[in-house]
Design a protein around this ligand. Structure first.
Ligand SMILES: Cc1ncc(COP(=O)(O)O)c(C=O)c1O
Length: 398
């Protein structure tokens, strides 16, 4: 006699075990590695059953714009890792941010954002949200008073990245969440956790409401697929986002979701190793005395090292630094590399090198870039899994 095993109890499992075991969702064939359900729609036994499933009166998958078992597996796994109630996967990191806002806010509402954000995030806020009547104010966000001073009666959300792309500026998740909630419980604190991943930092455990991800980065981990995700409570991410996905279809594909699920299984070992490599490289940069500045949260010279050590488990895999000699010297250093890939992605097994001033933040005005410290001399190195000594030699050190 065969009896079906009960579903795995995830309580009390460590993050490494959750990364491998959460969200396992096998079919009647009992495959060990999840299948990829490449199908646009799902079938029913009768018209009556179809009506019940469409009306949410019976559980079941309907149409892959908003429901698919492979995508659900990825969502369950990431929700478990970020300690969130639920997760919705999206077509990109940008559509995760857009989708969360479209699902929860409307014309006349206001957002406060840190000005230390990814280039496209600010363009999305300034050029797109304005068309829907949603306004955005910016703060440095390092000092809690600035956040409080920027709040308005119609503020619905505060948003920040920590560490930020590419200046590695930190924001105190616990302090911002606590202070904002003390003023108005209904304001959502939303953190872009792309640079850390849940292996290094779990914003929801520090008091944030919602985490957004570019799954394109460390979650994929090998630079293959574009995708994103939003993790948070049912009332913000469950119903509102499911309705948005069903209606507006910012969905990811089953194949991409499968790649992300598999990526999550090895997230811990990859992120910890890349972070160790980045610390070796950042320390060697600083010791060389060759650069105007080196920005890495684990270095004694980082002005927010104490905060980094409080809210992160390690410094992460990204280091930025300023060369002497401006843009031409930055280009010269980038062009002299053989091993590093000149590309704007990050979170890959391969180390990538980028000139943010003319790529990821090229659409910002020179004044805006100057305000946040993105100078023509700044280079971003997203460290991968090669031997760090080889990367240092590639950069002319060691
Ligand atoms: C911090 C951060 N957030 C969001 C994004 C956007 O993600 P995607 O490229 O998946 O849309 C990026 C991309 O580089 C990023 O660095």
């Amino acid at each position: 006699m065969s009896s079906k095993k009960p579903p795995l109890d995830l309580t009390d499992l460590s993050i490494d075990t959750l990364a491998v075991r959460a969200g396992q969702n096998s079919s009647e064939f009992r495959e060990h590695s999840e299948a990829i359900h490449v199908t646009s729609s799902f079938t029913f036994d009768s018209a009556e059953q179809a009506a019940r499933v469409f009306a949410d009166d019976e559980a079941g998958f309907v149409y892959s714009r908003f429901s698919n078992p492979t995508i659900s597996s990825f969502e369950e796994k990431l929700a478990a890792l970020e300690a969130g109630e639920t997760c919705v996967a999206t077509s990109s990191g940008m559509s995760a941010i857009l989708g969360f806002i479209l699902a929860n806010y409307s014309s006349g509402q206001h957002i406060v954002s840190s000005r230390f954000v990814f280039g496209a995030t600010k363009v999305l806020f300034d050029d797109l949200l304005v068309k829907f009547g949603i306004s955005v104010s910016y703060v440095d966000g390092i000092n809690i008073e600035e956040w409080l001073a920027a709040l308005q009666d119609n503020t619905g959300m505060v948003f920040f990245e920590t560490p930020s792309n590419p200046t590695m500026t930190l924001i105190d998740i616990q302090e911002v969440s606590r202070s904002i909630k003390a003023v108005n419980k209904s304001i959502s604190v939303v953190v872009d956790n792309c640079f850390c991943s849940p292996i290094i930092q779990q914003p929801i455990l520090l008091g944030a409401d919602v985490v957004v991800h570019s799954a394109t980065k460390f979650i994929d981990g090998q630079g293959r697929c574009i995708g994103g995700a939003v993790v948070g409570p049912e009332e913000l991410v469950g119903k509102p986002m499911q309705k948005l996905m069903r209606t507006a279809g910012l969905s990811t594909s089953p194949f991409n979701a499968w790649v992300f699920s598999k990526g999550l299984e090895t997230l811990g070992v990859r992120v910890r190793q890349a972070s160790e490599n980045a610390l070796t490289i950042a320390s060697a940069f600083e010791a060389s005395g060759q650069f105007l500045s080196v920005n890495y949260p684990w270095l004694d010279s980082h002005p927010q090292q104490a905060l980094a050590k409080r809210q992160q488990k390690s410094g992460g895999a990204v280091v930025s630094f300023e060369v002497k000699g401006g843009q031409s010297a930055a280009y010269e250093l980038i062009n002299a590399t053989q091993l590093c890939s000149i590309t704007a992605n990050l979170g890959d097994t391969r180390t990538t090198i980028t000139h943010p001033f003319t790529t990821t933040h090229a659409r910002w005005s020179e004044e805006l870039k100057a305000e946040v410290g993105i100078s023509p001399s700044l280079i971003r190195l997203a460290v991968g899994l090669e031997d760090p000594q080889d990367i240092l030699r590639d950069l002319g050190l060691g």
